[in-house]
Design a protein around this ligand. Structure first.
Ligand SMILES: *[C@@H]1O[C@H](CO)[C@@H](O)[C@H](O)[C@H]1NC(C)=O
Ligand SMILES: *[C@@H]1O[C@H](CO)[C@@H](O)[C@H](O)[C@H]1NC(C)=O
Length: 327
């Protein structure tokens, strides 16, 4: 089980030590991490890919609009590629919004939440280093103090950027690394320009993924935002579909949109219709400037792309703190 949280002064002390060692560690950069990845990813090294990111999570009783609660995240995303298959993700300028009402046409009206600033600070505090050796499974090197729920949101962003490899067949089933683990995925090339796929889509049944844990917390860290952290008695279905637009020349992701739909029956509730949670993530490319830095240090902690439960490893008090941060 997870270690006990030390009292605050110790945390501060550790933090100071950490800051100190990280300065020192920067001199010890591994200049030549040589992954075996010829053209395994779509991102060229010595470039930075700047995206606008938007994620919306809404939950409500199926078939009704009034009880729907919606939360929206916006961030600027920078994916820097200092070396082949090595990346540094930076998330800045985040905002967190929620619905405060509906206009006469039934359209949701959104406003910034009280803790939007706090959320923005947490999202931009640490960069996240990752590597995708051989272009297959992502290895993440989070900073020691990165909170799990923030790391999970970053995992969601990375996952939305991982376009499957191009295939010659128009349709193919592949096993791909996702935030829900290893998932059987139907990959379709919908448009080609010459030989190059310019539009692709993926579909997956999330219950088939080996890392999908609907019982532990909520189905998605984005769903967690609105406090859906109670055990789900019956998950009826969970599916995800993504659409990618790719640059015809350089093959990077110009736009990615992933939609998830989770349908479940809540615990002890008279509701016979079930609750539906939708999560939509959109990434839109804004710029691809060149960079000079080849610096990439792996970091000591290594984790995978799959979401980590934020509840089972921490006492209830901390789960509350998570919700406070995000609500
Ligand atoms: C890598 O790129 C080259 C040239 O663009 C191509 O001929 C080769 O098939 C690619 N290799 C893989 C594994 O995709
Ligand atoms: C994913 O699952 C499939 C089928 O069980 C397996 O063949 C494949 O090796 C797995 N991939 C990874 C990266 O674990």
């Amino acid at each position: 089980m997870g270690p006990q949280r030390p009292p605050l002064p110790l945390v501060l002390l550790l933090l100071l030590l950490l800051l100190d060692t990280s300065v020192w560690a920067q001199d010890e950069v591994l200049e030549n991490v040589n992954w075996n990845c010829p053209n395994a990813t779509r991102f060229k090294h010595l470039r930075k890919y700047v995206y606008n990111y938007e994620a919306e999570s809404s939950s409500g009783v199926r078939g009704t609009a009034d009880s729907r609660s919606t939360t929206k995240i916006n961030c600027k995303i920078e994916l820097e590629v200092p070396q082949l298959c090595s990346f540094i993700l930076r998330t800045s300028q985040c905002t967190l919004k929620e619905v405060y009402g509906f206009n006469p046409e039934g359209k949701a009206l959104m406003k910034k939440t009280k803790n939007s600033e706090e959320f923005a600070a947490a999202m931009s505090r640490y960069e996240l280093k990752l590597a995708i050796p051989e272009g297959k499974q992502a290895v993440l090197y989070p900073e020691k103090d990165e909170p799990k729920h923030i790391l999970n949101i970053k995992r969601g962003i990375i996952s939305a950027l991982l376009v499957p490899p191009e295939t010659e067949e128009a349709k193919q089933v592949l096993f791909l690394d996702t935030v829900y683990g290893n998932c059987s995925t139907q990959v379709t090339v919908t448009t080609r320009k010459g030989n190059v796929a310019t539009e692709m889509s993926t579909e997956r049944d999330l219950q088939q993924c080996d890392g999908f844990q609907p019982i532990s917390t909520s189905v998605s860290p984005l769903a967690l935002i609105k406090g859906l952290v109670r055990p789900l008695s019956t998950l009826i279905s969970s599916s995800q579909s993504c659409q990618y637009t790719l640059d015809p020349k350089r093959k990077h992701v110009s736009e990615a949109m992933c939609k998830e739909e989770h349908l479940f029956l809540p615990f002890s509730y008279k509701n016979k219709y079930g609750i539906m949670t939708h999560v939509t993530q959109t990434l839109t490319l804004e710029d691809t400037p060149k960079i000079n830095s080849r610096v990439f240090s792996e970091g000591t902690e290594q984790v995978g792309l799959a979401f980590e439960s934020t509840k089972s490893t921490s006492p209830p008090k901390q789960a509350e703190a998570v919700l406070k941060t995000l609500q």
